[in-house]
Design a protein around this ligand. Structure first.
Ligand code: COA
Ligand code: AMP
Length: 632
């Protein structure tokens, strides 16, 4: 079923990676073109294009202006929250980015320094990212839905020279003041005097001057534009923190050269985007999808990117996505399945589509969680375009499995993100690392080296990188996902094998939530599990055992615990359910049987492990777990 162009590319990428990736590198403008692709001298840490020199911001902006396309739209800001649209041509965006790079330089930012960006979905977020890259500095964008404590953990780890933020973010139900959160985070991080640059937005209570911080516009007016700074291909471009199985987030490091090469390959070969096309990725710059396909990918390809501040529903209705496609003649839409489910729930027959001409749309891509078959069929039928699931992770930066529409239009199978992309040596193995037969579920692992554009390490912690990803299966990167391959080589990704859950396309750690709940003085122990949710894919559900002798009203405790998770992790955790139980099921070695709990709650078949400490606990729990999960 898998046919020639894809097969040839895939085979060449594994048999002759040097030629394959040096050829792909030809799409990038280098100050010093690479003569070698792979550097294995520090295996199992690999790097790509070791002798190449470039600037990512130059590749995303200036070179398109120099090629005569300065007047073309680079970025369209569409705020459903404010009812406004703003277009930035390549020439305008280059000028703004160069000027903001001048602002950062004026505040002491140079090559290798870090800049933390905590911003809502406004153009200044992309400008700040590209300006940081222009100086050869390293950005770390923190999603606006995270609480001060999470922001503080990232500031502590990345040790930035500057923080860039905005007055606040706009959610449908409320305005979120960012500045008090930033102040609190700086205090928690022990860096209260760090320079902070603030983009002012109307309608927020506190401003830069209230905190003694710098105003974006004032700084821009005084700054000189900065030219792109040459960096080595192997120098870091950004750190993006993501949930691990513990409360400490992992700082995924992306390089400059491998990233630019891989993303431009994907724009052409996966998304089938050419210069001048319009790509809209409905995500947030705080997530990897936003890094790769709101900011860097489309701009590296000379396309137009849409930066959308709004929701799929309620801003104002379930026709919002169709409106954006029509207004900006979007060719490719990339969104999360949860957004499609939200639209379908509000408008099951897609009646609102009739009000919009979406004939510009060629393909819909989905990722962030498994695209369930119902949603796949609904979207395919409603939109009448190919709907392409593709599977990837913050760590990989681009799709591990996809249907590479630009290379070859492979048949689409519902429920599968199709086939491995070039450079990803995908295997499915059992717990001992032995290959399993097609049709048998196992751990999805990727042979080393990973291709360009994937993580090079964890920030400042090679050991954690190796122990987190490379030690479980010798010679492989462990994705943490399980799945199987069918007889045609199509991959089906079924879920995580660890304590990471995916809530509305947002990756969260149940371990981190347990850590927060465990701090409550009444709680002896707790478990948080991800239960199936018809809209959000999964939702967290907590079970706590009280310390003996503690007298506390259950409803008060539940409210306190929900508030605690919201305070310490953020609203995005969507932690809204807790139950008090007598005991948690554990193995004799003390490991909580979270998987069994989840299976019981989700109504799946389950086997109680023979190593269980006290089987009676399961019987007691069944009543609590089942009613907690209304399914529809
Ligand atoms: N800043 C601050 N708070 C935020 C936020 C942000 N950037 N994003 C979400 N939140 C808050 C919400 O306001 C909400 O708070 P509440 O509990 O007070 O209501 C909470 O976090 C959960 O938000 P969300 O997950 O967005 O749920 P929702 O019920 O408001 O909306 C969907 C449901 C499906 C419409 C929404 O989740 C959605 O658009 N999902 C798509 C996400 C996506 O594109 N992910 C792609 C990642 S690749
Ligand atoms: P993140 O790092 O936030 O992008 O989350 C990555 C995780 O989301 C993966 O390890 C998967 O568990 C899940 N995921 C992302 N895309 C898909 C997909 N298309 N199919 C199944 N799971 C997915």
């Amino acid at each position: 079923m898998v046919t020639k162009r894809y097969q040839d590319s895939y085979a060449q990428s594994l048999e002759n990676p040097e030629d394959f990736w040096l050829d792909a590198a030809g799409k990038i403008s280098w100050s010093v073109p690479p003569r070698r692709a792979l550097d294995s001298s520090r295996a199992p840490l690999y790097s790509w294009f070791p002798d190449g020199v470039l600037n990512t911001s130059y590749n995303a902006l200036d070179r398109h202006v120099e090629a005569g396309r300065g007047g073309q739209d680079a970025l369209i800001y569409d705020s459903a929250m404010l009812g406004i649209q703003r277009r930035f041509s390549y020439a305008e965006l280059t000028e703004l980015v160069a000027r903001f790079a001048g602002v950062l330089r004026g505040r002491g930012v140079g090559k290798g320094d870090r800049v933390v960006i905590y911003m809502p979905m406004i153009p200044e977020a992309a400008i700040a990212m590209l300006a940081t890259a222009r100086l050869g500095a390293v950005h770390s964008v923190v999603f606006g839905g995270f609480a001060p404590k999470e922001l503080a953990a990232r500031i502590r780890d990345a040790a930035p020279a500057v923080v860039v933020t905005a007055s606040g973010g706009i959610e449908p139900s409320r305005r979120i003041e960012y500045l008090p959160a930033v102040e609190e985070a700086l205090r928690l991080a022990g860096t209260p005097t760090l320079p902070v640059i603030v983009t002012a937005r109307d309608g927020f209570a506190s401003s830069a001057s209230d905190h003694g911080w710098l105003d974006w516009e004032t700084e821009m007016a005084a700054a000189e534009p900065a030219a792109p700074v040459d960096v080595k291909a192997t120098d870091p471009l950004y750190i993006l923190y993501t949930s691990g199985t513990t409360g400490t987030p992992k700082g995924v490091v992306r390089d400059n050269g491998g990233h630019a090469v891989a993303l431009s390959w994907t724009l052409e070969s996966i998304y089938d985007i050419s210069p001048g096309d319009v790509m809209w990725t409905a995500s947030d710059v705080g997530w990897v999808v936003g890094h790769s396909y709101i900011v860097y990918g489309p701009l590296l390809a000379g396309a137009t990117t849409v930066l959308y501040e709004g929701k799929p529903v309620g801003t104002p209705d379930a026709g919002a996505f169709w409106r954006v496609i029509r207004d900006h003649k979007v060719n490719v839409l990339f969104t999360a399945p949860t957004a499609l489910r939200a639209i379908r729930k509000a408008d099951p027959d897609a009646k609102l589509l009739r009000d919009y001409d979406i004939s510009s749309l060629r393909t819909l891509f989905a990722a962030g969680e498994r695209l369930d078959t119902d949603t796949f069929h609904w979207a395919s039928k409603s939109l009448n375009v190919p709907v392409v699931d593709h599977w990837w992770q913050t760590e990989t930066g681009w799709a591990i499995c996809a249907n590479p529409r630009g290379l070859e239009e492979l048949p689409i199978k519902a429920g599968s993100p199709s086939v491995p992309m070039p450079g990803f040596k995908l295997n499915i193995v059992d717990g001992l690392g032995e290959d399993v037969e097609p049709g048998t579920e196992g751990n999805i692992v990727l042979g080393l080296p990973l291709p360009p554009g994937t993580l090079t390490t964890l920030w400042g912690d090679d050991d954690r990188f190796i122990s987190s990803y490379l030690q479980a299966f010798d010679g492989y990167y462990a994705t943490g996902d399980s799945g199987y391959r069918d007889g045609d080589g199509y991959v089906f990704v079924m879920g995580r094998t660890d304590d990471i859950i995916n809530v509305a396309g947002h990756r969260l750690s149940t371990g981190a939530m347990e850590q927060v709940i465990g701090q409550h003085p009444a709680v002896a122990e707790c478990a948080v599990i991800g239960l199936a949710d018809p809209l959000k894919g999964q939702r967290p559900s907590g079970y706590v055992v009280l310390k003996s002798g503690v007298e506390v009203a259950e409803d008060v405790l539940v409210k306190d615990l929900i508030a605690l998770v919201r305070r310490d992790i953020g609203a995005v955790a969507d932690f809204k359910h807790v139950a008090v139980v007598d005991a948690l099921p554990k193995t004799r070695s003390g490991k909580i049987l979270r998987k069994t709990m989840r299976q019981i709650a989700d109504g799946e078949e389950y086997v109680v492990p023979s190593t269980i400490e006290d089987a009676g606990v399961i019987d007691q729990l069944i009543g609590t777990l089942r009613p907690a999960t209304p399914r529809n």
